[in-house]
Ligand binder design. Structure first.
Ligand code: AMP
Ligand code: MN
Ligand code: MN
Ligand code: MN
Length: 283
């Protein structure tokens, strides 16, 4: 689908089909305008934006990689697995993601009820839906935008420090997909599995090691090293881990919105030169 070399790849971002604020076509234009030369759309648990993204990228001469960011549970935490270069028509992948979205909807209703109890607001579920481009994909981000609209917080990142996170109002424990199921869907759909933003999780060293080993034993090949979610120190840490464990390294902004995301499309540090880039696997 594409020659492997890339000068400015960005292999992680979100559209209005999940919790981004730009449509897939607008993201393609922004990526291209920022000099991205290999681009993946990776909406949460949803493939509905890929056709528009591919078409827009093609018309711009931008190499496109179809992707998805899958929510799983591991050792009582949520972990995200980015799948790259998937066959977006594969029934096992489609069915698995559909099941995740069903669970999301019930969780959103429970989150809404909890926020109503704590904040004295009404119609929180309907309010969050108003912020969502895709009613099948309600995320905490949509609730965060609603709380900003209500003046509860000034910015979405402030919402995540006071609400919607473990121990805070609006947080609902949730069982996402299993790691081994997600990896089996990705393998079936011919994709490359990548651990998203490993620096964001709150695992002990032992738990983190268990995740990485299990992921690798299930055919996982990549790990995000340079991402909008990592500090420079975290990028160094996961560069070392990529070398130690023989993972291909990925690079992606995790861009969601011009007004919210600290890291814009294509505005990332380069991968450390001693790593093997995950885009070497694309051909
Ligand atoms: P969900 O998949 O519904 O649990 O929502 C997760 C999404 O919430 C992530 O993909 C981010 O877009 C957003 N998010 C989580 N934590 C934060 C944070 N601290 N600041 C800003 N956005 C966050
Ligand atoms: Mn998100
Ligand atoms: Mn993520
Ligand atoms: Mn993401």
């Amino acid at each position: 689908m594409s020659s492997p070399f890339a000068r400015n790849p960005d292999l992680h971002c979100h559209s209005t089909v999940s919790d981004g604020t730009l449509a897939p076509a607008a993201l393609a234009q922004r990526a291209h305008a920022h000099g991205v030369d290999l681009w993946a759309l990776t909406d949460h648990d949803e493939l509905g934006g890929l056709a528009e993204a591919r078409q827009s990228a093609q018309s711009l001469g931008l190499r496109f990689v179809p992707g998805v960011e899958i929510s799983i549970s591991f050792a009582a935490q949520t972990v995200h697995i980015v799948a790259l270069n998937i066959d977006a028509t594969h029934p096992r992948l489609l069915d698995g993601l559909q099941q995740i979205r069903v669970g999301r909807d019930q969780r959103a209703r429970d989150m809404a009820a909890d926020l109503e109890r704590h904040l004295g607001l009404t119609d929180v579920y309907a309010g969050a839906l108003r912020h969502a481009g895709n009613p099948a994909l309600l995320s905490r981000t949509h609730f965060a935008r609603l709380l900003v609209e209500h003046g509860v917080c000034r910015q979405t990142h402030e919402v995540f420090s006071r609400y919607l996170t473990p121990g805070k109002p609006g947080y609902v424990e949730h069982e996402w997909a299993r790691l081994d199921d997600a990896l089996s869907w990705i393998r079936a759909a011919g994709g490359i599995a990548v651990i998203a933003h490993p620096g964001r999780y709150r695992f002990t060293d032992t738990e983190e090691w268990a995740l990485l080993e299990r992921f690798k034993s299930l055919g996982g090949q990549g790990i995000e090293v340079v991402t909008g979610s990592h500090t420079a120190a975290q990028a160094r840490k996961y560069a070392r881990i990529a070398l130690e464990l023989g993972f291909y390294a990925s690079r992606g902004s995790d861009f969601h919105s011009p007004g919210e995301s600290a890291c814009d499309l294509g505005r990332l540090a380069p991968l450390p030169a001693d790593l093997t880039p995950v885009w070497d696997l694309l051909h």
